[in-house]
Design a protein around this ligand. Structure first.
Ligand code: UGA
Length: 440
């Protein structure tokens, strides 16, 4: 059992804290926002994530998980401190905004009066860990007894608990054997399961994360570029992806063409990596990431222009139902969501848009009050001339299109995720359009 702390209670922090507590570690989690801490202490998970609510409730009840806003309490109660604060895109550039990371280290350091390991999990520009290590050494009263380690996080929203409890690899950047040992104790359960454990230096650990997310984003834009080529040539992107995916060097995962990637990670991470590589004199090598981002943006534009085509050239006054608001299913995260971005663009073109999502609507209403939302699918589709499917919730795959026929004003659906069954929709009398494969 390790006494550990978690700094920052966003997606990563709450999940890490609850999962570590469930493994028997004693965890204290800190946030600078007292409201967040009050609500977490009362056992409320502030976002939708399968399994997390149960885990948090149990962790609090067991006494293994407590919360604080006080740095001195945190430093006193833990020996290993996980840094889980956010690194969003800067307001005025593509680089990561490091103010939360810098703020946390500045606040924590003066309270480190005994030996401790500070473990960075936030996604940061390469070079950050080395800088923070010397900052800690200079400002912590315990000086060289305070060590820094880097331990990137690879969890996916929607699978955050499983990815934390059973990761597919553990990567640590450390400078001392004792720090490796401390992390081996924290992650003993996963290591016992046979999870690959990779010890490396700071810079490599930082870059592993940047490389993984850039690769995933590139894979998606690669297949989406081919989706356009399939459309131009009359080919089928899904069959193409299935066929190349059988080559284990390529693999089928992350080859689903459609409206592209969104969320709080991939879009910002590719921009931050490109910005950092440019700073390091490698602008040309990393220019491809700008194209990855551009292809991704074009997916959203493509859906809007498809809708325009169906509407006969102009969208003013056209009633459109957008199915999905979250950036992916099993999440209520709408950060840089392709679905919402398309909905807003359709609105900007004058369409009367109604957005449906099984769970993300409360967040949409809070953040984008101008967007018209409908809680029930029936209400959402009533009077619609065009349906646009943009987040692949199971609920949408299971729709019986015939049951919508009496409600809608037009039987047209654009499947921006290439997931709906063609024959089912055509047999119910609908026109269906995909991004990269023949529709009706
Ligand atoms: C991503 C990475 O997958 C995680 O490994 C990483 O830890 C995380 O970012 C992070 O940096 O914290 P996440 O943002 O939860 O995780 O979402 P993904 O599952 O990667 O999906 C990202 C987007 O790509 C979604 O909008 C999804 O719809 C889209 N996508 C995914 C596709 O368009 N096609 C695909 O084949 C797969």
């Amino acid at each position: 059992m390790t006494k550990l702390s978690v700094i920052g209670t966003g997606y990563l922090g709450v999940t890490h804290a609850a999962c570590m507590a469930s493994l028997g570690h004693s965890v204290i989690a800190l946030d600078v926002d007292p409201e967040k801490i009050a609500s977490l202490s009362a056992g409320v998970v502030p976002f939708h994530e399968p399994e997390l609510q149960e885990l948090l409730t149990a962790a609090i009840a067991s006494g293994n998980l407590t919360f604080t806003t006080d740095w001195a309490t945190l430093a006193e109660q833990a020996d290993v401190h996980f840094l889980c604060v956010g690194t969003p895109k800067s307001k005025d550039s593509d680089a990561a905004d490091m103010s939360q990371v810098n703020g946390a280290i500045t606040a924590l350091a003066p309270h480190l009066t005994k030996a401790a390991v500070v473990v960075g999990k936030s996604t940061v520009p390469v070079g950050t860990a080395a800088r923070l290590a010397s900052q800690l050494k200079e400002n912590a009263p315990a000086g060289s007894q305070v060590h820094l380690a880097w331990n990137p996080e690879f969890l996916r929203e929607g699978f955050a608990v499983q990815d934390t409890l059973h990761p597919d690899r553990i990567v640590i950047g450390v400078t001392a054997d004792s720090d490796e040992q401390a992390l081996r104790e924290v992650y003993a359960a996963s290591i016992d399961e046979g999870t690959p454990f990779i010890r490396t230096d700071y810079a490599t650990a930082e870059l592993v994360k940047a490389a993984a997310n850039s690769f995933l984003a590139t894979k998606i834009s690669f297949i989406n570029a081919f989706a356009d080529l399939c459309d131009a040539a009359g080919a089928d992107i899904t069959q193409l992806a299935d066929a190349i995916g059988h080559d284990t060097r390529i693999g089928r995962r992350f080859l689903n063409a459609g409206v592209g990637f969104g969320g709080g990670c991939l879009p910002k991470d590719i921009r931050a990596l490109q910005a950092r590589a440019t700073e390091l004199g490698l602008a040309e090598q990393f220019e491809f990431l700008a194209n990855v981002g551009r292809i991704n943006q074009m997916r959203r534009e493509l859906v809007v222009s498809r809708a325009k085509d169906f509407a006969g050239g102009a969208l003013a006054g056209v009633r459109i139902t957008v199915l999905g608001a979250a950036f992916k299913p099993d999440s209520d995260d709408i950060r840089d969501s392709p679905a919402l971005s398309v909905a807003k663009e359709l609105m900007a073109e004058g369409a009367q848009v109604v957005v449906h999502d099984p769970i993300a609507l409360p967040v949409v209403r809070r953040v984008h009050p101008e967007v018209n939302c409908a809680d029930s699918l029936t209400e959402a589709v009533t009077g619609a001339q065009i349906l646009v499917h943009l987040t692949e919730w199971n609920q949408y795959r299971e729709i019986d299109p015939a049951s919508l026929n009496a409600l809608v004003a037009g039987r047209v659906i654009i499947d921006g995720r290439n997931m709906l069954d063609r024959d089912t929709w055509i047999n119910a009398g609908w026109a269906i359009s995909y991004l990269g494969k023949p529709g009706s």
